[in-house]
Design a binder for this molecule. Structure first.
Ligand code: HEC
Ligand code: HEC
Length: 290
């Protein structure tokens, strides 16, 4: 009797393990094929200016759109070697050792489409919230600036995705391959003129959506132990602020309620980089979201 029970339990355990293994094999091969998919996209023609006014505009865009938060000084760890999800460093965007050697076409492929020089999806590079929908003028300026970054020698560890990262990607819980979400045949305005308007605010606020959510309603922190992400619309604190208070918050990190924002809100870099007109525009845009 006991022997029989043991035999059955053994069989159940072995079958469960086999099922799990089979499931993981599916997860592995699906994520592997998505990571290695080669995209054929038509790269738009864009001539990249080299004048100093364009360079300055590009430097401003790199700060405002958060590129520096991940890529400054040769790139920082997005997931370090101890992270259970993956090992992934923001690339060294300079021509130094460990950096990249990009043609204008390569820049456009990466920044519009989230695709590497080899045609494969860049991992987690948040194109949809940074450079993807820039006007042609702004993208050209950004590339003008990036091409002149002083070389930094910094080799980053080989990227790798761990079983947990594969599982989260498979389940759609982690946007590992933004190229999959991008409309690769979209076209873009030549210029979007800066102005303190709702429309310009919408153009800029794309950069806040990566953390504050597509609807700007906030939610859980980005990772365990990180602060809750606040609602930036009329239903949150910001809804009760006037535009001067909003600007002061983004420039000083201190809210009208007297709260000092932690470094998880990139106010010291991205916030401070926005000028008053840009913040007025974002405020106007956020203030009409019910
Ligand atoms: C949240 C962090 C983050 C932000 C913000 C970010 N990036 Fe990235 N970026 C990454 C990561 C991570 C990679 C590495 C992708 C890979 O290796 O597959 C990357 C890769 C790239 C690459 C490809 C380099 C290569 O190896 O071929 C370029 C170009 C790039 N980023 C430019 C930018 C620019 C310009 C901005 C701002 C408009 C920006 N990134 C904003 C994280 C970020
Ligand atoms: C990398 C993620 C990230 C990005 C990008 C980001 N935020 Fe935040 N933001 C946060 C987090 C996290 C907090 C909460 C910080 C805390 O509680 O210390 C926050 C807090 C705020 C607050 C305070 C709200 C309140 O109710 O107290 C404002 C205002 C704000 N962000 C505006 C913006 C704007 C505008 C942008 C785009 C220009 C932006 N954020 C981009 C993560 C981000």
């Amino acid at each position: 009797m006991i022997k029989k029970i043991l035999r059955w339990t053994g069989l159940v355990v072995i079958s469960l393990l086999a099922l799990l293994l089979l499931f993981y094999a599916v997860v592995y091969f699906k994520t592997e094929s998505r990571a290695n998919k080669v995209y054929e996209v038509t790269i738009q023609q864009l001539s990249i200016p080299t004048d100093s006014a364009t360079y300055a505009l590009g430097a401003h865009i790199a700060a405002v759109r958060g590129c520096n938060d991940c890529h400054a000084n040769g790139g920082k760890a997005f997931f370090d070697e101890h992270n259970p999800i993956a090992t992934l460093y923001a690339a060294n965007l300079t021509t130094g050792k460990g950096g990249i050697n990009y043609t204008d076409k390569d820049w456009i492929r990466a920044l519009r489409h989230g695709i590497s020089k080899e045609g494969k999806p860049l991992w987690f590079m948040p194109v949809q919230h940074t450079s993807g929908s820039l006007s042609n003028k702004d993208l050209g300026a950004l590339i003008c600036y990036l091409k002149q970054l002083p070389p930094v020698d910094k080799a980053t560890p080989q990227k790798k995705i761990n079983p947990l990262g594969r599982l989260l990607t498979f389940l759609g819980k982690f946007p590992m391959f933004p190229a999959e979400m991008i409309d690769h045949s979209a076209s873009f305005p030549d210029d979007v003129k800066p102005a303190a308007t709702v429309a310009y605010g919408k153009y800029l606020a794309v950069g806040c959506q990566g953390c504050h959510g597509e609807t700007f309603k906030g939610g859980d922190g980005n990772a365990p132990g990180e602060p809750h992400i606040p609602d930036l619309t009329t239903t949150g604190h910001v809804g009760k602020w006037d535009s001067a208070q909003f600007i002061t918050t983004l420039h000083t990190g201190k809210t009208p309620e007297g709260k000092m924002l932690t470094e998880y809100m990139p106010w010291r870099t991205m916030g401070v980089a926005h000028n008053t007109e840009e913040l007025q525009a974002i405020y106007l845009y956020l203030h009409q979201i019910k």
